[in-house]
Design a protein around this ligand. Structure first.
Ligand SMILES: [Zn+2]
Length: 160
């Protein structure tokens, strides 16, 4: 996780755009401090997806950020429908399928199970980004990489 070699200015030019963009707001900082700030951002692991890293850390080996779980393949954004299973979240998202006979669309849903590492702690109703990874168990081959808590907190619980 930590860098053990020296970083030169030429290396910074070749950094991924996500890392450089994160340091844009700090341009006012003196030049020799800029290097320090950029290195601080590099220490955050780059998992290859342009999403915000979690604030918490965890020791889950099956975490995309803190474990040894490479992500590759498809990325989806969905809503957590169930987080009851240990370390698992059921993520659902909808799509429209055309019905030629009635020249309209029908609403359909896709549900997949995704690994829910402790640093994410996704709960029911959260909007999450999931990324494809190796098969973790019989039905799990996705992992939660980012989480957005709904703005109106607890509104769903008040209605019921
Ligand atoms: Zn983690």
């Amino acid at each position: 996780m930590y860098l053990s070699y020296t970083i030169h200015y030429s290396d910074i030019a070749e950094l991924p755009t996500t890392v450089l963009r994160r340091s844009e707001g700090r341009e006012a900082v003196a030049k020799h401090f800029l290097l320090f700030w950029v290195i601080g951002d590099v220490m955050k692991k780059n998992i290859g997806i342009n999403v915000e890293p979690p604030e918490k850390t965890c020791e889950d080996s099956k975490c995309a950020w803190h474990g040894k779980l490479p992500v590759r393949g498809r990325i989806f954004i969905g809503v957590v429908r169930s987080a009851k299973s240990h370390g698992t979240a059921v993520v659902e998202w909808g799509y429209h399928k055309p019905v030629p006979k009635y020249e309209s669309y029908e609403r359909r849903n896709t549900r997949v199970t995704a690994h829910n590492p402790p640093c994410m702690h996704a709960r029911e109703g959260d909007t999450v980004t999931i990324a494809e990874c190796r098969q973790i168990s019989k039905t799990k081959s996705f992992v939660v990489v980012s989480r957005t808590v709904p703005e109106v907190k607890g509104s769903k619980e008040e209605k019921t």
